[in-house]
Design a binder for this molecule. Structure first.
Ligand SMILES: Nc1ncnc2c1ncn2[C@@H]1O[C@H](COP(=O)(O)OP(=O)(O)O)[C@@H](O)[C@H]1O
Ligand SMILES: [Mg+2]
Length: 237
């Protein structure tokens, strides 16, 4: 049995007076990919931002390897190994591809796994463009670059928020293949994904949010056996 790398317990989060997450609880097992799903406005991005320390926790707890990080700053959460690739791809457009990667670098002693050559190995399309300003890249290449930036921080948990949004189908395939490779390399991942078939092809576990509450939690096996329990909360398929 894989151990829990992340434990989210009874999380309540507000935007000002607006109560958005209501008692959200789930776990991410080490080396697993968890698909975080739900309709628009369900609270997926809010969850990812909260896990990254970018939104304050009102009540509840978040633990990484058993240690609470609910009150830590975004910088210290990133340092401890949780890296977010936010929704809507943001690169430093005026920096080159390689500069974008170098500024994101965070060495973790002798355990450092990611470096420039490994990133170019994972995303071969980036290598010939390494000296180009990243603002000139295609949407797909920018997505690879922002994932590459997160990897340069040598994370143990990668949070991806709709990485395929707005990309052409062939590029989506390429991005999803890279996500599968990252999982195979042992990274623990929370992937916000709108497409249920894509989620089924990648995920070990599913959490479906509905208006800021966990409406469904299940393993890949449970979803394969009774997909209707999941799809009733997605409302799109
Ligand atoms: N900056 C904000 N201020 C106030 N409400 C927000 C803000 N961002 C999102 N919300 C609200 O929080 C809820 C969850 O949004 P979000 O987490 O972005 O959903 P999802 O990513 O699942 O589409 C929605 O009702 C949304 O309108
Ligand atoms: Mg969102």
């Amino acid at each position: 049995m894989a151990t829990n790398i992340l434990e989210i317990n009874e999380l309540n989060v507000h935007y000002g007076d607006s109560h958005v997450l209501h008692g959200v609880s789930f776990e991410l097992k080490e080396g697993h990919l968890l698909a975080l799903m739900g309709r628009n406005g369900a609270g997926k991005t809010t969850t990812q931002l909260t896990l990254s320390g970018l939104l304050p926790v009102s009540t509840g707890d978040m633990r990484l390897n058993g240690k609470s990080f609910a009150k830590q700053s975004p910088e210290s959460i990133a340092k401890s190994g949780i890296r977010l690739v936010p929704q809507g791809r943001r690169v430093f457009a005026s920096l080159t591809v390689e500069e974008n990667l170098i500024v994101a670098e965070q060495k973790k002693g002798s355990h450092s796994k990611w470096n420039l050559s490994k990133i170019y190995e994972m995303f071969p399309a980036l290598k010939p463009k390494k000296d180009q300003r990243s603002g000139t890249l295609s949407g797909g290449e920018q997505q690879m670059l922002v994932i590459g930036r997160a990897l340069m921080g040598n994370p143990s948990v990668l949070l991806l928020d709709e990485p395929s949004e707005g990309l052409a189908p062939l590029i989506v395939q390429e991005v999803n293949n890279s996500i599968a490779k990252l999982k195979n390399e042992g990274l623990s991942i929370i992937l916000v994904e709108q497409n249920f078939s894509v989620a089924k092809s990648l995920a070990d576990d599913f959490v479906i949010l509905n208006t800021g509450r966990v409406a469904y939690r299940g393993s890949a096996q449970e979803v394969a056996e009774k997909p209707e329990l999941a799809t009733q909360h997605l409302g799109i398929f």
